[in-house]
Design a binder for this molecule. Structure first.
Ligand code: ZN
Length: 143
């Protein structure tokens, strides 16, 4: 089984919105600063008031890796899969880690590693594994 998110109290809304196909980032209700990862207190103004702002789901590849063997057993049949860091278009200081795939439910190694480029525009899609937590994944804007 592939690794799945560990959902904690602060981050639970992120996963609940993802299950509805929405990418949302925690936002301070007092100073309006976005923050990630989720936490109880605003690092800018120390307010505990927060809401979750909907993002466009668009971003760019900020960095990436293609893990090489030895891989964890669940990933051994997925050589060439990638992990990317996406800088959100709506919040350039916020970066999310995920996988670049050809479609929401495509295999983790569905993108040829040769196609990975820093700066490539991507958009979020949502994958729900059987019985699992919905996770955002990323597809190229120009496949
Ligand atoms: Zn604040």
């Amino acid at each position: 089984m592939l690794l799945t998110p560990v959902v904690d109290d602060d981050g639970a809304p992120f996963w609940e919105y993802a299950a509805r196909g929405e990418l949302r980032v925690q936002c301070c209700a007092d100073c309006d600063e976005l923050r990630f990862p989720p936490r109880p207190c605003c690092p800018h103004c120390q307010s505990f008031a927060a809401h979750w702002r909907k993002m466009s789901g668009r971003g760019r590849i900020w960095s990436y890796v293609v893990p090489h063997p030895p891989l964890l057993p669940a990933y051994a049949d997925l050589p060439g899969y990638n992990a990317i860091v996406v800088e959100l278009a709506d919040a350039p200081r916020i970066r999310l880690v995920g996988n670049l795939v050809t479609a929401a439910d495509a295999p983790l190694n569905s993108v040829d590693p040769e196609r990975l480029r820093i700066g490539a525009p991507v958009r979020a899609v949502f994958h729900t594994p059987p019985g699992g937590t919905t996770v955002p994944r990323w597809v190229l804007e120009r496949p």
